[in-house]
Design a protein around this ligand. Sequence first.
Ligand SMILES: [Fe+2]
Length: 250
Amino acid sequence: MFSLLKKKSQALPTIDFSNIAVDFHAHWLPAVDDGCQTIEESITILTELKHRGYKKVYVSPHIMGERYTNTKHELTARFEDFKNSQLVVDLNLELGLTAEYLLDEKFEDQIKSNNFLTLGNDHLLIETSMNYDFPFVNDYIFELQKLGYKLILAHPERYRYIYQEKNCIDLYLRLIDMGVELQLNLFSLVGLFGAESQKMAERLIEHGAYTYVSSDIHHPQQIKYFIELQNSVFLNTLILSNKLSNQLFL
Ligand SMILES: [Fe+2]
């Protein structure tokens, strides 16, 4: 895989997103978090995802302390309404609902109620603070695993408190050793979250650390990044590595 990365000038095939098949981290359910606010915005994004070749796409609204107090019950109702609207039916694209859980001080309540919006049967999409090492993350991971959940950590390349450490690669590999799988944000590879996150994403690809990739798309304005990604050497490398397991959620 690494020989490909060294030959950056070598012509690579245009990315065929149908090889990824499933996008499971995105924020296109209208007006539930900081993602899309109108059905028109949602349809624009879903049309693009379909056009890119995705076979199934999930929405993963934030469940985040006091900022986004979404519940499984409310989100399921909102999602069903959305799915049944004529504009969405006409799209003819398979849709799914999951959630993105922030591991913060409020997360303890989620563990107590153990009523999660899973991805597939038993996977959970989790994130941490971008900036600081929340002290109970390891405890939460342990508790969730004890409850039988398989954990997917969203966008590890964005966590400043990890990538600024000298031994950051070891810290990521330790998470993998703990049984946590890592999900790359597609747009990290074109610099949406800054040069340091981009570099970290590239290094994690070189280390074969990612099991999943998703868009984490929030707004139609971000569609342009799909075009920028079309000839990404790193994304091509990741797809060709056969390490991606997105298809598990078809
Ligand atoms: Fe997200």
